[in-house]
Design a protein around this ligand. Structure first.
Ligand code: KG4
Ligand code: ZN
Length: 334
């Protein structure tokens, strides 16, 4: 029987990515990160769709080249079906459908969040089931108990903004360029987190909320700037460190409470915000004290990528799950 060779494309937001997975092992992946949004201070959906249409072919070709395979070798084509921006998803969906149809091979639609949850299996050593997985990205914040590759039990999620959105919005208030999360992280490394402190959100159970925190920072800055117009400029690293501290502590408090409640011993953090240096350090420190094992993907698999989509597709194919050609993208989490 022919080796399983999957090509996966990911185009849910502002990164165009492709990956090749052979017999369950990711052998190549490429990403074109769209920089055109920076001057608008956020992702412009129409611009993202247009950039995907020009980036997708070169990105796929680079992945195939790196994997040393041709389209004729492929045995399945996978794509991110949702959640994400509709126009952006349509590019990957249409491309994948066209390719699968022309080659006469199976098509596999993947849920972006299932992809993130599996991204941690791209680490060595990988967690064993069941593992608790905190997904923190620009669009989503959720806690799930992973019982198997495609079996996620939801146990908490955000009531408003996502964690990455909180980083980006607070970074914007501090005058940092988009996407603000990585910039804020970098700046906070030279800041004192105890100089400007913010109250953590008070949210019941295992849910999250970030919109109140953003407002808290906004009012704090407004009051301080009224007295000293140069306040933000003078205090930027300390403000970044204070904001980062409260977000990271809030996320980890929920994760460790969930670990206690579920009895899970293996804890994973995935998605763009899992690239945050303070989050990674504090996760490890707290877990070591409490005796948990922790897993975060390597940086390239934290932010959006197609490797995680390819891996999810591999598991879907193993479970006999393929997608028909009438499938349409979806924008909300499901
Ligand atoms: O997973 P991702 O690439 O895209 C979505 O699925 O949304 O996550 C992007 C988010 C952005 O909000 C970005 O600011 C945030 O991840 N991010 C970070 C860091 N790197 C990326 N936030 C905090 N610290 C970082 N180092
Ligand atoms: Zn993502």
């Amino acid at each position: 029987m022919a080796r399983e060779i999957i090509l996966a494309v990911e185009s849910s937001c502002d990164d165009t990515a492709a990956a090749v997975c052979i017999e369950g092992k990711v052998v190549a992946q490429t990403v074109a990160r769209q920089v055109a949004h920076a001057k608008y201070g956020g992702v412009v959906p129409e611009l993202a769709s247009r950039q995907h249409t020009t980036a997708i072919l070169p990105v796929v070709q680079a992945a195939l080249h790196e994997a040393q395979v041709t389209v004729q070798d492929l045995t399945a084509v996978a794509f991110t079906q949702g959640p994400g921006l509709l126009g952006a998803l349509l590019v990957g969906t249409s491309y994948a459908k066209g390719l699968a149809l022309s080659l006469g091979i199976p098509l596999v639609g993947v849920n972006h969040l299932e992809g993130h949850a599996l991204s941690v299996l791209l680490t060595d050593p990988a967690p064993t089931y069941p593992y608790l997985v905190l997904t923190v990205s620009g669009g989503h914040t959720q806690l799930d108990l992973a019982h198997g590759p495609l079996v996620l039990e939801p146990i908490g999620s955000t009531l408003d903004d996502a964690a990455g959105e909180a980083f980006d919005k607070i970074a914007k208030l501090l005058g940092l360029p988009y996407p603000g999360g990585p910039e804020l992280d970098r700046l906070a490394q030279n800041g004192d987190p105890t100089r400007h402190t913010f109250k953590p959100p008070q949210i019941a159970a295992l849910d999250f909320s970030f919109s109140g925190l953003k407002t808290q920072v906004l009012y704090y800055l407004r009051n301080q700037v009224a007295e000293n117009p140069a306040f933000i400029e003078q205090e930027r690293p300390h403000l970044a460190a204070g904001a980062q501290h409260v977000i990271v502590s809030f996320l980890l408090d929920k994760l460790f409470t969930a670990a206690e409640q579920t009895g899970a011993q293996e804890l994973a953090v995935v998605g763009g915000v899992s690239a945050n240096s303070a989050l990674r350090t504090q996760l490890e420190a707290r877990a070591a004290t409490a005796g948990y094992r922790t897993y975060v993907p390597p940086l390239e698999y934290c932010t959006d990528n197609a490797a995680m989509i390819a891996l999810a597709a591999h598991h879907k194919l193993k479970a006999g799950q393929t997608t028909d050609h009438f499938a349409v993208p979806y924008t909300a989490a499901r």
